[in-house]
Design a protein around this ligand. Structure first.
Ligand SMILES: [Zn+2]
Length: 323
């Protein structure tokens, strides 16, 4: 590794060890030693962190900026996290998904940014099956609540394993550039991850090929990338969990659910299930969790991206009567 990169790595490891304010540069935590010589990677939220760990393996120190239990859409960065991000050798982020991360990157970063928006073929937000999206935006604008730009794309790409594989290739290339001596290892790791993702993609294709019910009612509009497997997703909230429907929209979703024989209203772990519970209660339907996999939580500590995707597949098969 080039000396300049090594120096940046040392700086980042120091920043990671900060635990409170200016009590700063004590480096007694024992983890990610300041002289580890590893490539320092900052990953904005969990699926990107997963890719970083799989592709980087032992050669990198990964800092996840969205801590377990935090809903990543409205992440706020601490001073230490901002320092870790700005001093990292490689930064994994998705422009338009987390405004706080976008802002920190725009201010100043040392490392290479691997932006999902630039490396993955994202689908436009409008095509998300989010039928009340436009109306919501008008209301938000009118009430002055539209404080962040959701971007023009649907950010939830990680539900398509094929797109995760594309991102893994981009991460592999960035790590190889930061640490050319280990380029082959990064490429081999990305290839192994791609094999796992291809297998997952096949499981979804087979598992959802024959379902008696095609419609799925979900908590927020995070699952549209799964419609490549033939299901249709109707979100209760919008592209962000806090874009809540009004009573008329909720009633319309209820009608839609009844009309299509939906059995289950899905909620998620990192936001309140209140709306999903209310809707399910009103309609006499079941509730179950479909995890947007935007972050881990206490409930999912031992899980990873692949196992959570498989849990989602099982939940969808059960709810939609798939053979
Ligand atoms: Zn989301």
């Amino acid at each position: 590794m080039a000396p300049t990169i090594r120096y940046a790595g040392v700086f980042a490891a120091g920043a990671l060890l900060l635990t409170s304010g200016c009590a700063a540069l004590s480096d007694d935590s024992g983890s990610a030693g300041s002289d580890s010589g590893k490539v320092q990677v900052a990953a904005a939220f969990y699926p990107l962190e997963f890719v970083a760990e799989r592709v980087g393996g032992d050669l990198v120190d990964v800092t996840g900026l969205t801590k377990p239990g935090v809903e990543p859409h409205d992440l706020e960065l601490s001073i230490n996290q901002t320092a870790a991000l700005q001093s990292a050798d490689v930064i994994l982020s998705e422009h338009g998904f987390q405004p706080a991360v976008d802002d920190a990157i725009e201010q100043n970063v040392k490392g290479a940014v691997v932006d999902v928006e630039k490396t993955v073929d994202l689908r436009p937000a409008e095509e998300g099956g989010d039928e009340h999206g436009a109306e919501e935006h008008e209301e938000e604008a009118a009430s002055g609540e539209d404080e962040h730009d959701h971007g023009e794309f649907d950010p939830h790409f990680w539900h398509d394993p094929a797109l995760m594989a594309d991102y893994a290739d981009a991460v592999s290339a960035a790590l190889a550039k930061a640490d050319p001596d280990n380029a082959e290892t990064y490429a081999a790791n990305a290839k192994a991850l791609t094999e796992d993702l291809t297998k997952l993609d096949e499981e979804f294709k087979t598992g959802l090929a024959q379902c008696t019910i095609k419609e799925v009612v979900v908590s927020h509009d995070a699952f549209t990338y799964l419609d490549k497997y033939g299901l249709e997703f109707e979100p209760i909230a919008g592209l962000t969990p806090d874009a809540e429907p009004n009573p008329a929209q909720l009633a319309a979703i209820g009608e839609h659910a009844k009309e299509h024989g939906v059995t289950t209203i899905f909620s998620e772990r990192l936001v309140s299930p209140a709306l999903a519970d209310t809707l399910a209660g009103d309609l006499g339907l079941k509730t179950a969790v479909l995890d947007p996999i935007e972050g881990l939580s206490a409930d999912t500590e031992g899980e990873d991206y692949l196992s959570l995707m498989r849990q989602n597949l099982d939940a969808l098969k059960a709810a939609n009567g798939c053979q």
